[in-house]
Ligand binder design. Structure first.
Ligand code: FES
Ligand code: FES
Length: 176
């Protein structure tokens, strides 16, 4: 006889509905309160519940980096987190960086260094790059390449992206 435990399903309210959980998060500086299903992915919460479609979804299993966001300032895969796991945390998506009329310095550098390639990967690249500029301003080219290695590009290469990050990280380190 099989003694394996039965599959764990989301708790049900007994009427066939999945029990909802309270979620309190700060997204791009705004306090958000919602009731969500426990199985809702953070990437889906951002894109479909909040309409923040700048966070792209590629592989949906943590490989490509397209869905990268910052959670309390640290880069995370939004496709590998449940929305409820973000409860009480602060999230930044690409929408927080700048606007089409007012690019932030990193976005401007991507533009000037031709780091905007296929476009699909760019939001995730920008969020990882934001973390590098903020947390590792003294990173050299090899370290930047290493830190960017979780964001896959299969269209062109990393040269323009690395140059853009270096252009932004350098003044930061020099001002210290
Ligand atoms: S969609 Fe999340 S890592 Fe690829
Ligand atoms: S930037 Fe998207 S595949 Fe190269």
């Amino acid at each position: 006889m099989n003694s394996e435990p039965a599959l764990q399903l989301s708790p049900s309210t007994g009427d066939g509905q999945t029990e909802l959980h309270d979620l309190w998060v700060i997204v791009n500086g705004e306090v958000i309160e919602r009731r969500v299903e426990p199985r809702l992915l953070l990437s889906d919460f951002l894109r479909h519940t909040l309409g923040l479609t700048g966070t792209h979804v590629g592989c949906e299993h943590g490989v490509c980096g397209a869905c990268t966001i910052l959670v309390d300032g640290v880069s995370m895969r939004a496709c590998l987190m449940l929305a409820v796991q973000a409860n009480g945390l602060s999230i930044q998506t690409v929408e927080a960086l700048g606007s089409p009329d007012q690019l932030n310095p990193l976005q401007q550098a991507f533009r000037e260094c031709h780091g905007l390639q296929c476009g699909f990967c760019t939001p995730g690249m920008l969020m990882t790059a934001s973390e590098i500029v903020e947390r590792y301003p003294n990173a050299d080219e090899a370290q930047i390449r290493d830190l960017l290695s979780g964001n896959l590009c299969r269209c062109t290469g990393y040269q323009g992206i690395v140059q853009a990050v270096m252009a932004c990280a350098k003044p930061h380190s020099e001002s210290k």
